[in-house]
Each structure stands twice: as C-alpha cells, then as structure tokens.
Design a protein around this ligand. Structure first.
Ligand code: DX5
Ligand code: ZN
Length: 215
C-alpha cells in the first residue's frame, strides 16, 4: 500500500484553515486529518462540525476524521454529513465498537479504530477484520506538538502482523510526534499512514517535509 501523509489541522494556522488545507494538499499530503476533542475523553476541546463542513468544501482532499470523544456513535452521522471520508473512533470510548463500525459503514464511509498508547493491541484485535484503518496513537491524545512515545513501536509491529494474518487491506496509521526520524521508525515497524501536524505545517519547505515522512 502506498505511504500517505494525513495533515493534522491542529498544527496549522487555524485562522486560515481553508488556505492551510490547500497548502498541505499542494505540498503532497493526500489526506486531511481533522481532530475532534470533547473535553471528556481528552483534556482539551478542539474542532467541530460546522468547521469541518466549511473546510471539506474548500479542498478535494480525503477527510480523515479522528474522534476523541466519549460515546462516538452519537456523532457519526453529523461528521459524515460534514464531509468525512474516514471516521476513526477510540475503542476506549465506547461499549460496543462493532455498533460504531456498523454505523460508519451504513453511511458508506471507511471506518477506523484507535488505541491510546497505554491500551494493548489485543483490545482492537477482534475488529481488524471489520475496519479499513487502525490508528495507533504515538502520543497521549489531546494535544499537538508532543514528543513521540517510542514504546508504541512494538504495538505497530504487532498490529502489522495481525493485518497480514487477516489478508485484508487495512491502513495502519500513526498519530503524534511524527517527523522525518520518527516516521522512519514507524515505517520500519509497518505503518503506512502518517498523521503529522507541527512538523509539516511549521516546516520551511513543506513538500520536502511531506516527502521525508513517506520515505
Ligand atoms: C493529538 C492529535 C494529533 C495531533 C498531531 O491528540 O490526535 O492528530 O494533532 O500533531 P503533531 O504532529 O503535532 O504531534
Ligand atoms: Zn489525531
């Protein structure tokens, strides 16, 4: 599978979100990563539905929505309507992950399931046959600009083995502290989809930064 960069809008100048999305697209980032936080699942509040509706109309990029919210099934439909192509939710945030996956699929979208750094891959293993994407968080969710947690690398390898064993095409995404150096470690561990905010949006040469991630 082709390596892809998903540009995390949390790292951009949010006062110019539309222009920043276009800048990421022109720099070679195929996906736009939209981080949603509710102040409950994580200790921060970020971006919501009206903003996604506006920005998704500005760009042709594939919209990769990351829900860091409790009981995500409540908000699948509004985030689908707002222009998401993939919706990823956290296994820690719901009682019935299969119901969330089914809801996402019923709206014709790609479904992603995610684990925080402290949650074992075994929690999502039963769903690898059901989703199109697995997201291994490489920082504690809640804030951009944090340092990559190296102990998550073994979880990426473990997940890659499970995906191989499934025989399915499932994207293996990493998110948090991704730059040229940490992306290489993640590629070696088996990741193919790289969320990056601070590193690419603050780079002097954004296209070069994007290329340095995909390798
Ligand atoms: C963290 C978010 C990330 C974050 C990535 O909770 O899920 O997507 O914005 O930002 P950087 O690349 O700055 O770590
Ligand atoms: Zn994210």
């Amino acid at each position: 599978m082709e390596n892809i960069v998903s540009a995390s809008v949390l790292g951009c100048d949010l006062s110019s979100l539309g222009a920043e999305a276009l800048r990421a697209e022109a720099a070679g980032s195929q996906w736009l990563h939209f981080d949603v936080m509710d102040g409950l699942f994580v200790n921060n509040i970020s971006l919501g539905i009206p903003l996604l509706s506006s920005v998704s109309k500005k760009t042709g990029m594939y919209v990769d929505t990351h829900l860091m919210i409790v009981d995500p099934i409540r908000y699948i439909e509004p985030f689908a309507d707002a222009g998401s192509d993939n919706i990823t939710f956290h296994v820690e945030a719901c009682d019935d992950p299969q119901a969330v996956i089914d809801k996402i699929h019923s709206l014709g979208l790609s479904a992603g399931i995610s684990v925080k750094p402290g949650t074992p891959v075994s929690e999502i293993a039963p769903f690898i046959n059901k989703v199109e994407l697995v997201l291994i968080m490489t920082v504690e969710p809640g804030f951009g600009g944090q340092g990559f947690i190296e102990s998550t690398l073994s979880k990426i390898s473990e997940c890659r083995d499970l995906i191989k064993a499934s025989g399915r095409e499932v994207r293996l995404e990493v998110d948090g502290g991704i730059n040229e150096k940490t992306a290489k470690l993640c590629r070696e561990a088996g990741a193919d989809t790289f969320v990056s905010g601070t590193y690419i949006f603050h780079a002097e040469d954004m296209p070069a930064a994007v290329r340095s991630i995909t390798g």
